[in-house]
Design a protein around this ligand. Structure first.
Ligand code: SF4
Ligand code: SF4
Ligand code: SF4
Length: 265
């Protein structure tokens, strides 16, 4: 096969993952020669938005209908489509707004909402088939390497699919949850960051989003037993990944009970 043709698309997010990607590409210079960057508003002047692509990298969450329309076109024009960073994989920070009614959020942010067409935040898997996920906020280097290598070898990427506690224990860290009573989200958070926060004495706040099938209710119960008030528990499960099944079962249920939502108080 010739050089893989890559397209990069950005939806609602801070663009930090693309900066991470630019940094990554610059520091792995040989990759530049191995791929053909066909489209990417921050990286090229090309307007070849319709590809076709061997790989479409999607950054950001969907918060407008027209974003969803374009995403579906990208899917049709791409052999592989990969969610890139927490916003795309699980809704990330933009999904914090889902905890309140959309109108309430819009009027809080904008004086004139007549030209605002936003909808609730959705991870991209709610609209298109996703072939792989590079998790992280910003996207993690280990999974980025794995993705690029897999693309060049035309094999399925082997992404990390266990919780942060595994990496934390492999580093020999004392458990902050058990020994210091800190509300660590490691047991329900997908690994890949190398247990960065617990290795520096700080509880994980789940910036990589939930591990698939995480038992969030059990951790929420543990937090409650530790004396965390409901608002604090909701906050931990809604910072990243609020739309996902794993975190919504805690934060969504609790938030629905509180009038106006915790962030509006
Ligand atoms: S995942 Fe984090 S760094 Fe990446 S675009 Fe979203 S907010 Fe920015
Ligand atoms: S400190 Fe956190 S990540 Fe580490 S083992 Fe304990 S709960 Fe898991
Ligand atoms: S330990 Fe948790 S909060 Fe810290 S970088 Fe890793 S996933 Fe993010």
């Amino acid at each position: 096969m010739g050089k893989p043709r890559i397209g990069i698309f950005k939806y609602s997010c801070c663009a930090g993952c693309q900066f991470q990607l630019i940094y990554f590409i610059r520091h792995v210079a040989e990759i530049l020669g191995a791929i053909d960057l066909v489209y990417g508003k921050m990286e090229t002047e090309s307007d070849a938005e319709d590809g076709p692509f061997d790989l479409a990298l999607i950054e950001g969450a969907i918060t407008e209908a027209e974003q969803a329309d374009q995403l579906k076109r990208v899917r049709r024009n791409s052999k592989y489509l990969v969610a890139f960073g927490s916003c795309a994989t699980n809704g990330g920070i933009p999904a914090m707004k889902n905890i309140q009614p959309e109108l309430q959020i819009e009027t809080r942010v904008y004086q004139d909402i007549s030209r605002i067409h936003s909808v609730k935040t959705h991870p991209i898997y709610e609209y298109v088939k996703v072939d792989a996920q590079v998790r992280g906020c910003p996207a993690g280097e280990r999974d980025l390497y794995e993705l690029v290598i897999s693309l060049l070898l035309d094999r399925k990427p082997n992404m990390v699919e266990h919780c942060v506690c595994v990496e934390c224990k492999m580093k020999g860290n004392p458990c902050l949850l058990l020994t210091e009573n800190l509300p660590c989200m490691g047991p329900v958070t997908n690994a890949g960051c190398g247990a960065l926060c617990p290795s520096n004495g700080r509880a994980c706040y789940s910036c990589w989003g939930p591990m698939s099938n995480a038992n969030s209710m059990a951790l929420a119960q543990k937090f409650e037993d530790m004396g965390l008030p409901p608002d604090e528990i909701i906050r931990r499960f809604s910072l990243f990944g609020f739309p996902t099944y794993e975190f919504h079962m805690v934060a969504g249920e609790e938030a629905a009970r509180s009038s106006g939502g915790v962030f509006g108080r």
